[in-house]
Design a protein around this ligand. Sequence first.
Ligand SMILES: C[S@@+](CC[C@H](N)C(=O)[O-])C[C@H]1O[C@@H](n2cnc3c(N)ncnc32)[C@H](O)[C@@H]1O
Length: 296
Amino acid sequence: MINRVARALAAAGVEAPRAEAEQLAAYVLEVPRGRLALADGFTPAQRDRLDALVGRRLTREPLQHLLGSAGFRHLELAVGPGVFVPRPETELLAGWGIERARECAAPLVVDLCSGSGAIALAVAQEVPAARVVAVERSPAALAWLRRNAAGRAAAGDRPIDVVAADVTDPDLLADLAGQVDVLLCNPPYVPRSVTVPPEVAGHDPDEAVFGGADGLDVIRPVVDRAAALLRPGGAIGIEHDDTHAAAVPALLRGDGRYDRVAEHRDLAGRPRWASASRRADGTHADPAPAWQTDSS
Ligand SMILES: C[S@@+](CC[C@H](N)C(=O)[O-])C[C@H]1O[C@@H](n2cnc3c(N)ncnc32)[C@H](O)[C@@H]1O
């Protein structure tokens, strides 16, 4: 059965057909994927259910929408229509932010463009001392974010603050100005002219994916506003398109209020996010910390 599903998915152009066939089978059989070999096999009702899910996947509906959840670091987040499916590469930015936050006793961490809450909730789970503020504009995404935040709070994580706002607002989070220790952002950044895969085009919201003609429409105001929000020495990490390896560090350097600007690559070697530190006004930059050296 799994072989048959894997062949069908491969023929439809799905990138990891065997892994997805196993995940769908495990979901239908209600067993962990690692225990599939021990499962009894499919009842007729389970077979029908699997067929229906495979039919939807063949139309390139994202696997995570079919399963109703997406893994992110140590979290399982509810996702579906209206919210961006968190990606594995963003786990690296979140991990970097978690390390920065752990350097502070009681860090204030802001996640801009929070979507499902992946970054914010990972920080809340892995840095229990952190106060985390998640900002999102889309009403549909906010519903998923609030649901995930409530689920994590019920599981015992420190509750996060969810703020419905536009991150390009020049007065964003005015009450936190100069206090933020770590600011993380995975904004919409794909240039409008880029053709994206069917899973993205048909299912991730447009406003979660595209960042205007050059992909920088949200990043530019975020770089500006973050400089006002961060305390001196506070850290910023922004995910970006792999064509932005020069543009985003240039925006950070050009702003004048940051130092220690660094560019980071993902596990496949692609430029993936940029980081910087808020300069203490009127002082010279401190020596580069260890984390700058993990840049390309
Ligand atoms: C690429 S998704 C990232 C979601 C999540 N942080 C993650 O890593 O999975 C970008 C998110 O930014 C939101 N967004 C886009 N423009 C925004 C704006 N101007 N203000 C606030 N949120 C915005 C979208 O609705 C979407 O949820």
